[in-house]
Every structure is written in C-alpha cells, then in structure tokens.
Design a protein around this ligand. Sequence first.
Ligand code: NAP
Length: 277
Amino acid sequence: MSDKIPLAGVVGSPIAHSKSPLLQNHWLRTYGIEGHYIPMDVSQSDLKSVLEILPKIGFVGVNVTIPHKETVLGLADLVTDRAALIGAANTLIFRKDGKIHADNTDGYGFIQNLRQNAPDWDAASGPAAVIGAGGAARAVVASLVEVGAPEIRISNRTRARADALKAEFGAKITVYDWVQAGNMIEGAATVVNTTSLGMVGKSEFRVPLDGLSPDAVVTDLVYTPLRTKFLEAAEAVGCTTVDGLGMLLHQAAPGFERWFGVRPEVNEATRNVVLGL
Ligand code: NAP
C-alpha cells in the first residue's frame, strides 16, 4: 500500500448507520483529493490497539462516535481545551510525530449551523433554553457559553445531569425541573432540543411551547426526521427554525481540513449527498 494516499475514517460501534463516510467521500471527490474515508466497527476492548495501528497503515486521523467519544480522551496525547471541557472527543488527528491529538467539533458545528441558517441570530440577545443534558447538550452548552449567551436554562428528565452541567459550566446556568421545561422557554432568544425526543423510533417531544416568542431562533439536534414536530410547532409560532442536519455537516469540516488540507464548504450539495438526494 502506498503511504501517499491519506486514509481517514470513523470509529464506533455500531457504525453502519453513520453518514460520515458519505459526507467525507463526497468532499474528497469534490476537491479531487486522492484519499479514502472508511467506517470501522471497533469494540471497546480493541479501541486502544486499533488507534495504535491506524497511523502505521496510512491513517491521518479518524472521527469517533458512540461508544468511544469519552474513552478516547484517555488514549490521546493532546486534548484540546474544548474537548476536555465537554468531556468527549469526536475528531482525532494522527500527527507526524506519532502523537494523537483529540478535539471536539460538535459545539463548533452547532454554532456554525445557526450562523449559516439563521444569519440574524445573536446568542447574546437573550437567554438560551436547552432541553436535555446528555452528551450532545454538553457541547451545546459549552459553545453557547463561548459565544456569549447571557443565561443558559437547562431542563432534563434526569435532573442530576442538568445539575452536573451547572456545577461545571457555572453561574450562567439555571436548572429547571423537567415538569417546568415549558416555563424556561418563555423569553428565551434561543431554544434547543438536545434530547432524542422526536427522533424516528423514539418517544414524542411533548414539552409545552406556549411561552415561545416568535422572535426566538429554534433548533433541534434531531435530524431524522429533518422537520421534527418541535420545529413544526415553532414554525407555526413564527420562529426562525434550523434543522439538525447542518450541525452534523459543519462538525465534520474541521477534521476534513486537518486531515486533507482543504477547508470543505457546507452547501446544498453537501446536504443532498447526506440525504441521499
Ligand atoms: P444521550 O447522551 O444519550 O442523551 C439523551 C438525552 O435525551 C438526555 O438528555 C435524555 O434524558 C433525553 N431523553 C431520552 N429519552 C427521553 C425521554 N423519553 N424523555 C425525556 N428525555 C429523554 O444522547 P446525545 O448524544 O446527547 O444525543 C441526543 C440527540 O442528539 C440524539 O437524537 C442524537 O442523534 C442527536 N445528535 C445530533 C447531532 C447533530 O450533529 N445534529 C450531534 C449529536 C447528537 P435523561 O438524561 O433523563 O436520560
């Protein structure tokens, strides 16, 4: 095998559902780069040895997905501040000096998606309401703090996870009981669903949206379906809505750039490839 053809991929288990190979191989073709991006089903017990072998056989880096996003922090030589803060990494760069560099680009993807699809959105214009406090919520909260949201309200079915976010991210966070989730939406400038509610095969999203202002920018991390009931309800109120697919596309761009040397564009063609259109 030639060591001149760069290889990258995504490491997780299960991995068959991942959209990353479609997306990254589309960018490789678009920019005429001779490289490959491969899905790899890797068990927890094999993760360490796989990460040792991959750089030796031509890999320049990988994306990391469930269930390895937290574990890889302990296997990397360098961890960015944002990955350390979030407590998970989704992008690894295999450096020429043999060191593994771990980053988390989910928060970047979240913010870029809003900036691209709701250009007038200003995080600083009012409180953000974050529904859910799982892994994805950590990246969302970290990025909202970074871009200057003045207050971040969080409500989660399991309150302890929301309290843990408050303990880590500090004074800007206000925690609401799950039964009060509807109340925290009142007066919010940004409203985000970070739960899996509303996703195909999962429970319905039932948080009351009575307090939603038409001036709010509303986004859902769920992107199957693309137009969730949550987004439809927000649209009916008159809000600007942004679906979750753009976050997936934007979080992938920094990895592609680090591995292959070109900053890829996220546009209609990128969306269509991932949607299979
Ligand atoms: P996770 O760590 O498992 O967290 C799941 C979240 O959903 C928790 O807040 C959980 O609450 C809540 N939840 C699940 N079932 C619920 C129910 N029946 N009632 C109330 N709350 C419920 O998962 P994650 O990684 O954060 O992912 C969350 C969602 O975001 C998924 O749909 C995922 O596909 C999506 N996502 C999208 C992107 C993107 O690029 N668009 C990126 C990352 C994630 P508890 O804590 O009480 O269990």
